[in-house]
Design a protein around this ligand. Structure first.
Ligand SMILES: Cc1ncc(COP(=O)(O)O)c(C=O)c1O
Length: 497
């Protein structure tokens, strides 16, 4: 097929309509397996994201179906004549391509029984919280007068909470004012606000690979196709930014990266900060694990890893949250940035929900203001998660076959495990679930569904005994898989799904 790059019609829509027409004309008959995304992208000289975007529409219209591990097929019994004229769809907001995520979710739901040791939960252990803490904090918040919580108040957040957060960031000679803080419904909403603004302004976006999956979802939801930069354990290489010269938005997680668990190196930090200043770009810096950094560790570099001081708030939007360090159900997160960025994001937030629930903010404030209680809680969490990290690292070292590698987390409760080249974490997952253990496969943490031979292990909510049994099971199934897979090719359509 010849793509017309000048026609004004998006390439994905031309490809989609071409496949649509082939189905309609019977050139592609029901049950036919489509070439892999990689092959189609290569044939048409477009990116895999473009092909995936075309397939997404065809899947939504029921014309093709994707099956994890098998590929994409023309649907049997599809009625192409009845489907929409695809190119006529509104394109302002695009539906995320979640067919792979859905299949994985279905698989992972099988692991929700108590016999399965799930390394999938990206949340901490509520056992670290003193009993009855929420009732006490709610009582303390309400004791300031119920009427404080009767209306939605300042849509930027409770002024006292913004002050408290600005004090938290005003360390090491650095000063943050309350006007530079916006309270959000978790940091996920903060990511969505920034994505929405980038889509509106037509700002090019970039993200790391692997990357926190929620960012990929937000970017997709606004039709942003991020340029993906490969991340090593110590961050993306600043050289990979060399060709990006226009002002852009770069999402990155410099401190206790999700999924890798590691920090950016000082040299890469410097290179990225310099690039942002040089090109007038903005770093969307996800620092929500800040309070779960093991700063007593030899590997620590928590303050240096933040983009708060360098390149500074005119080029950085810093994300924070109480979800990892306290309770994710509170839905309290925040943005720290320059006053004008906060003002423009606050306008979007106001249009979205008028502001976060004041009572939840009151509880968050009571928690942060209880200086002694918060400090003690933080120390308890760090000891707790360090113990679990060490149990995980020990179990991995004791059990994993050679060729399997993993990262060394600087905090939090996740690490990134990599199988030998050619192995597939997606093929491994059902085998692992059968063996009573689960994990999050790599492709869900890459905007192009790559990272096929890697996976994330979250151990925050597991006991040391569960960790050691879970890793033993995982190692056994990996050993079996690596021995028996007879050099399977990477499943077609995966990694280039
Ligand atoms: C790196 C990272 N950023 C942001 C979020 C969103 O968290 P929340 O909206 O609960 O603050 C998560 C959640 O898992 C995460 O892992």
């Amino acid at each position: 097929m010849n793509l017309d790059k000048e026609s004004g019609m998006p390439l994905y829509a031309q490809i989609r309509d071409d496949i649509h027409a082939s189905i309609l004309q019977g050139i592609l008959s029901p049950g036919t397996r489509l070439p892999s995304v990689q092959a189609m992208a290569h044939d048409r000289q477009v990116t895999q994201a473009t092909i995936r975007r075309a397939l997404q529409d065809l899947i939504e219209d029921g014309l093709v179906e994707s099956h994890v591990g098998r590929g994409t097929f023309v649907t049997r019994g599809a009625h192409p004549n009845q489907s929409h004229t695809l190119s006529a769809r509104p394109r302002s907001i695009q539906i995320p391509d979640d067919s792979l995520s859905k299949s994985i979710e279905e698989l992972l739901s099988l692991s929700s029984n108590s016999a399965c040791i799930a390394f999938t939960r990206g949340i901490g252990d509520t056992g670290t919280l003193p009993e009855g803490i929420l009732s006490r904090l709610a009582h303390k918040a309400l004791s300031r007068g119920e009427s404080l919580f009767w209306d939605s108040g300042d849509s930027r957040g409770l002024p006292e909470l913004r002050e408290s957060i600005s004090r938290m960031y005003s360390v090491n000679g650095y000063s943050v004012r309350p006007e530079q803080v916006l309270i959000t419904s978790g940091s996920q909403q903060a990511i969505t606000l920034v994505a929405q603004q980038a889509a509106h302004n037509g700002t090019p976006v970039l993200c790391e690979s692997p990357c926190y999956a929620g960012v990929i979802n937000s970017f997709n939801a606004f039709g942003l196709s991020p340029k993906t930069l490969s991340r090593d354990e110590d961050g993306i290489h600043p050289d990979s930014l060399a060709s990006v010269t226009e002002p852009s938005l770069l999402y990155l997680c410099p401190l206790v990266h999700n999924p890798m668990g590691t920090d950016i190196s000082p040299a890469k930090h410097q290179g990225i900060a310099d690039w942002a200043t040089r090109t007038g770009s903005t770093l969307l810096s996800d620092e929500i694990f800040r309070d779960l950094h093991f700063s007593n560790d030899a590997h620590s570099c928590s303050e240096q890893s933040s983009f708060l001081a360098r390149p500074g708030l005119s080029h950085a939007i810093i994300l924070g949250s109480l979800s990892k360090s306290f309770i994710s159900g509170l839905r309290v997160g925040w943005i720290v940035s320059s006053e004008d960025k906060i003002a423009s994001l606050a306008r979007i937030k106001r249009a979205m929900d008028l502001g976060c629930p004041p009572l939840m903010q009151g509880i968050a404030l009571a928690f942060l203001e209880d200086e002694h209680g918060y400090k003690a809680h933080r120390l308890r969490m760090i000891t707790h998660y360090q113990e679990r990290r060490d149990a995980t690292l020990q179990a991995l070292a004791d059990n994993m076959p050679s060729g399997v590698t993993w990262t060394y987390p600087s905090g939090g409760f996740q690490l990134w495990l990599t199988l030998p080249p050619g192995a597939s974490s997606l093929t491994l997952l059902p085998l692992a679930i059968d063996a009573g253990v689960s994990f999050l496969p790599g492709p869900l943490q890459d905007s192009e569904y790559r990272c096929i031979n890697s996976l994330r292990l979250c151990y925050g909510s597991l006991s040391p005994a569960e960790i050691s049994e879970g890793i033993r099971r995982l190692a056994k199934v990996i050993r079996m898989y690596l021995t028996e897979r007879h050099q399977d090719p990477i499943p077609a359509g995966i990694g280039d799904y």
